[in-house]
Write a protein that binds this ligand. Structure first.
Ligand SMILES: Cc1cc2nc3c(=O)[nH]c(=O)nc-3n(C[C@H](O)[C@H](O)[C@H](O)COP(=O)(O)O)c2cc1C
Length: 134
């Protein structure tokens, strides 16, 4: 996790894909969410590692949002650059990056992101994503 003004945030920023860089220029904080794929013994696979990481991310998101801090998850970054940059063990997998900051006027965004930010939100119906057999 790196905050604005540090060398690390610039290095993390440089791993973002260009589309994500365009709207992250002023972010306060960039965080790399890393799943540890084994248990503490370092060898036994933890099959729920991705779940654990995602659940932690969701709680972080909810806590931040409750404090008025905006978050956005990003899969759009160069994983090779991240693993070259950070001293990660073999069982550590960078999965998403999270940007945290205070939301600004959407009108300041590049056109593509402005359109998507201001667009009405739609979500899939539960019937599309949940299999239920009564
Ligand atoms: C795993 C994951 C990866 C994502 N990667 C990106 C990304 O690289 N760039 C981006 O702009 N949005 C990305 N998103 C989408 C945003 O984080 C966000 O969920 C989306 O903009 C929906 O926002 P809304 O809740 O305001 O509709 C990703 C979402 C998830 C869950």
């Amino acid at each position: 996790m790196a905050k604005k003004g540090t060398p690390l945030i610039d290095q993390l920023f440089n791993t973002l894909f260009p589309g994500n860089q365009s709207w992250n220029k002023k972010t306060s904080t960039l965080l790399v969410s890393i799943a540890k794929t084994t248990f503490a013994d370092g060898t036994t696979a933890n099959g729920s590692a991705m779940h654990d990481m995602g659940a932690a991310n969701m709680l972080l998101t909810m806590q931040a949002n409750s404090m008025g801090i905006s978050t956005n998850l990003m899969g759009g970054f160069d994983r090779k650059k991240i693993t070259d940059l950070l001293p990660l063990e073999a069982n550590a997998v960078p999965v998403v990056m999270i940007t945290l900051g205070f939301a600004d006027d959407a009108g300041k965004l590049d056109e593509f992101f402005k359109t998507s930010e201001l667009a009405p939100r739609s979500r899939k119906a539960f019937s599309e994503i949940i299999f239920y057999q009564p």
